[in-house]
Design a protein around this ligand. Structure first.
Ligand SMILES: Nc1ncnc2c1ncn2[C@@H]1O[C@H](COP(=O)(O)OP(=O)(O)OP(=O)(O)O)[C@@H](O)[C@H]1O
Ligand SMILES: Nc1ncnc2c1ncn2[C@@H]1O[C@H](COP(=O)(O)OP(=O)(O)OP(=O)(O)O)[C@@H](O)[C@H]1O
Ligand SMILES: [Mg+2]
Ligand SMILES: [Mg+2]
Lengths: 166, 163, 163, 166
């Protein structure tokens, strides 16, 4: 299962027009100046795949993820992020070569989840993804600053980390 | 419980040795502070950089700590693999040579699993097969497919050359 | 006590505004969370980067946090000056443009006080008046006066070109 | 008062032969690969100017600062670091255009302090330097990693920091 593309509208600095980013199965890199939106792209993927901790998405509450406009631009009404995953090996239990995971968040705080365009509950979403071992808490996500924190762990904390993982 | 821990510990140790040597030409390994008191004592990440003495990872330089931490997390990922990986500026404290070696290793690992890495380093961008440049325009992020002639422009914030 | 705090607070705020605008073209200022409850509440470091909305410094990007922290420490140093300053890799998370602007500012400030800065960034080295390159040989540090043609050699760890 | 030169022998990775580094009054930069010894040069200056916290010098105890050799080189017997400061404005209360501060540390843990080559007590050393507002705890020293820690302070900690400074 790899990420074929990400489509995001209204998510943090990504703005109110839908942004499409396609990825290759190999080594993709994202670069740009400080504050340009690179980590926000990562956040949008985590958000779509089920991350609900505002702290981990670097906001005070989830509704703060909504694009709040600029000095001359209006705030967005809602967020809509879709992540299209390759499913040719059917690791996700759905019979399609790609699986599109969609999450919408309204200003009310209401969340809507879609799998291949069909509405599902949050539980079904999480369970479907976890069968393919996909989770926003996975060891495959290394957010900005984690390596620095890892490099400062004392031996007791390192043992604790291994305990948690194992 | 002790058995579960030690099995995982040994697998991670095995991967760590290979990865660290790949990245530095030196050696690294995990050591239990006290094999009889596993859960009340710690784990030492021992590192011996090329032509130096072995030291616990908290006793080495800032960049060397980063190399050790990266080797550790990559070892964990080798033991518990995923289909795709996302790294956000893991190379921040690395010098040119270390970031080159890391980028070479990531390119190798990307053969078997997708890697999406945020980086500010040209050495890393040079080894990616697809690069996106992100820049701000009036408070909104713009994302463009990268062209090498834009290299300096994008990371230095001068966006007038974008297409 | 309140008077002593507020006097220092206002001086630091005044310097912060100038330094941050110098570095980014945007604006920054300090705000008391609650002017009636100074010592039981916090201080907000408000930052408005160019063409963006104002945000508390904990709500901005990694590199923007670094710029804010650097502006803050430089402001404190302007209020309580010394004759020499030592900075160790304060530019680690900055992109090319921000590190250029920081290096320009340091060069300006070095007119009145000595600055010794450790850096891995070529943009910063380019603006120094004296550069030393350090490299390891058999576990011992060697220090050489820097020549621009050694630039890549020293930071990338390939030392055979040293003199 | 600025640093004219640093001479170090036996200090961390700087090895057993005396290393001399001369500085200009303006903008000096130090660069090199990870682990080459850049921060150790900074540490040697802090050590010489009176730093006694092993933690701040990134060691478990002060005697660990002694050059411990390499795979094929012997350990040093002692440390000797001298920092020569410009004193043309007589900010340090000694009648000389330069003041040389020297500190020796033996494997026994014994410290020896010299001012312009003349032996003094630790107290006299500290007092002489503090008259010129020189201290290893000064705001003018920004060690590696401090900016990262500063950037992660919450508002209460920021107020606490300003309180301490003011
Ligand atoms: N809800 C929001 N609406 C609009 N902009 C936002 C919102 N939340 C955050 N931002 C902006 O997004 C920017 C941060 O983006 P991000 O963290 O992705 O930067 P980055 O490219 O990773 O930078 P760095 O290299 O410094 O880590 C900040 O400048 C912030 O102002
Ligand atoms: N007592 C000692 N004797 C010999 N070598 C030592 C001693 N203490 C530390 N070292 C070595 O010094 C090296 C670290 O040096 P230092 O911290 O100055 O590196 P650096 O140039 O600042 O690197 P970075 O760019 O990664 O921060 C380590 O590799 C360590 O092995
Ligand atoms: Mg970021
Ligand atoms: Mg260092």
């Amino acid at each position: 299962v790899f990420i074929r593309k990400v489509e995001a509208r209204g998510f943090k600095s990504l703005g109110d027009k839908t942004v499409v980013v396609k990825f290759e199965p190999s080594f993709n890199a994202i670069t740009g100046p400080n504050g340009s939106g690179k980590s926000n792209i990562m956040d949008s993927i985590l958000f779509c795949l089920g991350q609900n901790s505002p702290k981990k998405l670097r906001v005070d509450r989830l509704t703060s993820l909504i694009y709040d406009g600029g000095p001359s631009v209006k705030r967005s009404q809602s967020i809509r992020v879709s992540v299209t995953l390759d499913n040719t090996k059917r690791q996700i239990p759905l019979d399609s070569d790609t699986v599109t995971v969609t999450r919408e968040l309204r200003q009310t705080g209401e969340n809507i989840y879609l799998l291949n365009g069909k509405r599902v509950t949050k539980n079904v979403m999480n369970e479907t993804l976890s069968i393919a071992l996909i989770s926003p808490e996975g060891l495959n996500f290394v957010p900005q600053g984690i390596i620095t924190r890892l490099s400062e762990l004392v031996p007791d904390e390192k043992r604790g980390l291994i305990e948690e993982i194992v | 419980k002790r058995h579960v821990f030690l099995t995982g510990f040994e697998k991670i140790d095995k991967e760590l040795r290979v990865i660290f040597t790949n990245l530095t030409g030196g050696a690294a390994w995990l050591e239990l502070e006290d094999p009889d008191e596993i859960f009340s004592k710690g784990v030492f990440l021992m590192t011996q950089f090329l032509d130096k003495l072995p030291r616990e990872s908290s006793a080495v330089s800032g960049g060397e700590k980063t190399v050790s931490a990266i080797s550790f997390i990559l070892a964990i990922q080798s033991v518990y693999p995923s289909h795709f990986y996302m790294f956000d500026e893991i190379d921040a404290h690395l010098d040119v040579r270390n970031s080159e070696r890391l980028a070479d290793l990531l390119r190798e690992r990307a053969v078997n699993a997708q890697i999406i890495a945020v980086t500010l380093k040209d050495t890393v961008l040079a080894r990616a097969s697809l690069v996106y440049g992100v820049y701000m325009e009036k408070g909104t992020s713009q994302i463009v497919k990268y062209r090498p002639d834009l290299a300096v422009a994008t990371t230095s914030g001068k966006q007038q050359q974008h297409q």
